[in-house]
Structures are given as structure tokens and as C-alpha cells.
Design a protein around this ligand. Structure first.
Ligand code: GLC
Ligand code: CA
Length: 535
């Protein structure tokens, strides 16, 4: 790869889920001023860009991914001045800030939908209406069509019924969206994360949704109308498309997106074809094959976002890591993902080793998807215990519990009972003790992210997997010009043999202190290390 990249190729991005990050006014709900008060913390980790999950006006059926007014701030998060203040302070700290852009659908409370329901001539085609439903299921379960009494027609929604899909075939709607996007950009934000953007090119009648026939057309138009010539970054969330397509859409010479969230590595603990609630154990070889494929496909062609967790995914720690070795696992998983090529994304709390939750009572869950699937599965005759087992593993609330700042009540998130229960482990897992302990996950992240920036090999180097068939460790070389690095990641609770092939090397970072490899040919449980090969 030529040594010519943009800032966002080397940036470290930190995702904030505003509801759960920091509550500044003690109403139990995280807010914008709470985020502003923690900018120094974020900066100290080595973050360059903050991504804010939605803070727009919303009835919060899907926690803000159901927008009822793109131009207003939801009062539970603060107001426009608070947001401007956050943007200003983020920039003053030398960081950038991107917003979430949800344009596949709106809330059913959006004025466009209300007018569309009434068959208002100007808005009747802003959404997707049909006289008869088809047999398409929504991603959250149940039919994707809901009947509207007012209009005597069915409208289409790939998510909850309160999230009607916009009709992208309508040029008037598209222009209105572009105008709104440009207004946001003129506020000085540095780009967008584009929510389920792979769905906008759909053909509903042909049942082609993700990666639909119009995807390139609309992405290109969006790019031309809003992004071209601006020094911003765009990252497209594209859960439904292939690795090849994601790479193609993020080629730097093409007018689409700067980088992709593609999910090939995410659903490997699900039974294929049966959806996210059908559990299976992770097969490390499958994970290695997947990442190998991803790294080879994007190399010199596209640009990938490196992530393991987000607000929709259960925290990766006990998903792909070990309960027996939580600290080592947290560091190992970070090493595995951030040793690769792409832009690192950290989901709030990952950097302090936060874990998922397992509420006994379904009523403690707040997530619309979780509640919906519980009801559907109960109706289908599944047993409560079996459903809860899936929910404990897979509910989106796993990653949405309040950020654990310190050992005080409610983890220092708020002085008021939070909207979602704090994880009980906040006394032992929190930012304060992470910062105080130099062997913590936090300090490891800091060191790892710094290392990435100091060595070009992480940005430009190629990727070569080692022992693809070895079921115990995931290890790979990164090579650039005359530099070669070896990343070693153990996924085993036992000491495992490792063939160092008598190479000379220097350990740059490791989750075990003081291992002298000269005298051993093994790696300890959940070991992670990056070795520089040569003298
Ligand atoms: C994306 C969001 C998710 C939301 C869905 C519908 O996948 O990340 O939180 O529920 O889109 O907007
Ligand atoms: Ca608040």
C-alpha cells in the first residue's frame, strides 16, 4: 500500500451510547453534558474521534434509533447549545466527533409519517405503502407490515412497527434528507456513522433488502450531495452485506463510504440461518478463517472498521473470552482485533473490561428487541428458562448498562436510580480502579493504541495468518517494508505449545509480564503479545 492515507485511517474511534455514559443532572439518564464532563478521560485513552449514538428528538422506542425530528435534540439528553458545547470542547481537545445518521427509517411520530398516514399529497410517498402485506419478517421479529387504519393500507418496517421505512425511491424525500445532513455538517461535526445503510437500496416487492439493487445509486447520490470535497469521515453500518461488497463500497477511489462495519465475525456464536437467539459455541478456526478472509479482501481495496462490541452486540468479553481469565481475555481480544488493518473502534466500557449482565426477571430488560422476542418465543411455546438463556447471552442490554466510573452507588454514573440497572460488578470493575492500577485493561488499551500509531506496519502492513488449523491460538504476521510483527493470541485456558521457530524477536506488548520465551516453547492461558521479529 502506498503511504498515503487520510486521518480517519489511522484514527481511534470511541463509541458513546449517550443513555448510559454519564448523567450530569441526576435523573438517571446519561446526557450530553455528562459526555462533555468526561472528555479528558476519553482523550487520555488515546482516542481521536468520538461517535455519538443518536441524541435527536425521539420517542425512544428503540433508544433514539427512532427519530421523530432530525433537527432537534431530545430534551432528556440536553439541548442544541449543549451539543454545540460538546462539539467545541471535543475539538478543543484535539478530537473529532461524528454523529449517528438513521435514514433508513424514522419514528412513526415523525411529522412526515403522520402526514403520510393521512395521505397528504406531498408526503404520501415518503414511506412504503401497499394494499396487501407480503410474508416478510421484521428484523426484530413479527411481520414487517403493519396495517394503518387511517390510510387503510399497510406500511413497511424492517425494524419495530414504530420505525416505518422511508421510501428512498422518492427524490423529494432524498433531497430533504440531504439538506438535513448538510445542515448537520455545517455545525462543524466531522462525519457520520450511517445506520443500516445497506438497506436503503432495497426493492421491497422483489424482497431484496440488504445490498439491494439501488444501493450504489443512492449511496453515490448521497455522497455527491453531502460528502464530496469535505474533510469528514463516513462509516456505514452494513450488517447484511458480504465482505467483498463492503470492501468495494469503501474503496478510496469510489464515491460511496470511507469505511465499513461488516459483521462476518460477529455471528459466529449463532447457529447459521437460525438467527441470533440460537446459540452455539464459538469455533476459533471459523473466527480465524473469517478474519483472514476479511483482511485479505480489504487489503489495498477497501477500508474496514475494527470492532468487537457495540450497543447492539453483547460485550465480547464473555462472548469470545473466558470467565476464568477476564483481564487476560479483555487484553487478548483487544490485541487480536487492533493488531489488524483497519480503523479501531472501542465501545464504551470495553477499555475497562466491563461485562454483560443476566437479569433473572424479563421486566428488568429495557430493549425493544429483547422484549419482543421474549413474547414471540413464549407464544411459540418455548420455555421461559430456555429463552432467558439466549437473552442472557444475546440481549442488546448486555452492552447498554451504565458506564462504571467508580465504586460509589450506581457506579458513579448517576446519583439517581438509572434507567437500566448497573452491573453488580461495578465495585471491582470501574474506570477509577483501572486508572489507578497500571496493569489494568485500561492501561493496556492505552499502550496498544499508542503502539499502533508508532508503527506504520499496523496501518499499512499486510496480514498473514499462522497455523490456520490450530484451534488454540489466533496468530498472524503483519509486514510492511522491512518490518515484521507477530501477533499472538491464545484462546485457551491451558498452557499451549507455540512454535517460535527460533526467530529473533522483541516483545513490544504482552498481557503477561516477564515471560522469557527463550526458555519455553509455550504460551500461557489467554496470552496476548505483539513481537517484533528481527534484531
Ligand atoms: C442499527 C442500530 C440499532 C437499531 C437498528 C434500527 O442496527 O445500531 O441499534 O435498532 O439499526 O435503527
Ligand atoms: Ca441526565
Amino acid at each position: 500500500m502506498e503511504k498515503k492515507i487520510k486521518w480517519f485511517n489511522q484514527a481511534v474511534v470511541y463509541q458513546i451510547y449517550p443513555l448510559s455514559f454519564k448523567d450530569s443532572n441526576d435523573d438517571g439518564i446519561g446526557d450530553i453534558n455528562g459526555i462533555t464532563s468526561k472528555l479528558s478521560y476519553i482523550k487520555s485513552l488515546g482516542v481521536d474521534v468520538i461517535w455519538l449514538s443518536p441524541v435527536y428528538q425521539s420517542p425512544m422506542k428503540d433508544n433514539g434509533y427512532d427519530i421523530s425530528d432530525y433537527k432537534k435534540i431530545n430534551p432528556i439528553f440536553g439541548n442544541m447549545n449543549d451539543l454545540k458545547n460538546l462539539i467545541k470542547n471535543t475539538h478543543a481537545k484535539g478530537m473529532k466527533i461524528i454523529m449517528d445518521l438513521v435514514i433508513n427509517h424514522t419514528s412513526d411520530q415523525h411529522s412526515w409519517f403522520k402526514k403520510s398516514q393521512q395521505n397528504d399529497l406531498a408526503y404520501r410517498d415518503y414511506y412504503i405503502w401497499r394494499d396487501e402485506p407480503t410474508d416478510v419478517s421484521s428484523i426484530f421479529g413479527g411481520s414487517a407490515w403493519t396495517y394503518c387504519e387511517k390510510r387503510k393500507q399497510y406500511y413497511f418496517h424492517l425494524f419495530a412497527k414504530e420505525q416505518p421505512d422511508l421510501n428512498w425511491h422518492n427524490p423529494k424525500l432524498r433531497n430533504e434528507l440531504y439538506q438535513m445532513i448538510n445542515e448537520w455538517l455545517s455545525l462543524g461535526i466531522d462525519g457520520f456513522r450511517l445506520d443500516v445503510i445497506d438497506l436503503i437500496g432495497k426493492d421491497v416487492d422483489d424482497k431484496k433488502f440488504a445490498n439491494g439493487p439501488y444501493l450504489k445509486k443512492y449511496l453515490k447520490e448521497l455522497y455527491t450531495a453531502c460528502f464530496a470535497g469535505k474533510d469528514i469521515m463516513t462509516v456505514g453500518e452494513m450488517p447484511g452485506i458480504s465482505i467483498e461488497r463492503a470492501s468495494e463500497l469503501t474503496n478510496e477511489h469510489e464515491p460511496y463510504l470511507n469505511m465499513a462495519f461488516q459483521f462476518s465475525h460477529i455471528s459466529l456464536d449463532e447457529i447459521k440461518g437460525q438467527g441470533k437467539w440460537a446459540l452455539k459455541d464459538l469455533d476459533l478456526i471459523e473466527l480465524k478463517q473469517t478474519f483472514n478472509h476479511v483482511q485479505q479482501t480489504f487489503y489495498k481495496k477497501g477500508w474496514n472498521a475494527l470492532f468487537l462490541s457495540n450497543h447492539d452486540q453483547p460485550r465480547v468479553l464473555f462472548r469470545y473470552g473466558s470467565k476464568k481469565y477476564p483481564q487476560a481475555s479483555a487484553k487478548m481480544l483487544a490485541t487480536m482485533i487492533y493488531g489488524m488493518q483497519g480503523t479501531p473502534f472501542i465501545y464504551q466500557g470495553e477499555e475497562i473490561g466491563m461485562t454483560g449482565i443476566a437479569f433473572k426477571d424479563i421486566n428488568n430488560y429495557q430493549d425493544i428487541e429483547t422484549k419482543q422476542i421474549y413474547d414471540i418465543l413464549i407464544k411459540k411455546g418455548f420455555k421461559h428458562q430456555d429463552i432467558m438463556r439466549s437473552i442472557h447471552k444475546k440481549s442488546r442490554d448486555n452492552s447498554r448498562t451504565p458506564f462504571q466510573w467508580d465504586e460509589s452507588t450506581y457506579g458513579g454514573f448517576s446519583r439517581h436510580k438509572p434507567w437500566l440497572q448497573v452491573n453488580e460488578n461495578y465495585k471491582s470493575i470501574n474506570a477509577k480502579n483501572n486508572i489507578e492500577n497500571e496493569n489494568s485493561v485500561f492501561h493496556y488499551y492505552k499502550k496498544l493504541l499508542k503502539l499502533r500509531k508508532e508503527h506504520d506496519v499496523f496501518t499499512y502492513g499486510d496480514f498473514q495468518i499462522l497455523e490456520l488449523d490450530n484451534p488454540n491460538h489466533f496468530s498472524y504476521y503483519r509486514t510492511f517494508e522491512d518490518e515484521k510483527y507477530l501477533v499472538i493470541c491464545s484462546f485457551s485456558e491451558k498452557e499451549q505449545p507455540f512454535n517460535f521457530s527460533h526467530q529473533k524477536f522483541r516483545v513490544l506488548i504482552s498481557n503477561y509480564n516477564d515471560i522469557d520465551f527463550e526458555y519455553r516453547q509455550t504460551i500461557p492461558p489467554y496470552y496476548a503479545g505483539i513481537l517484533k521479529i528481527g534484531d
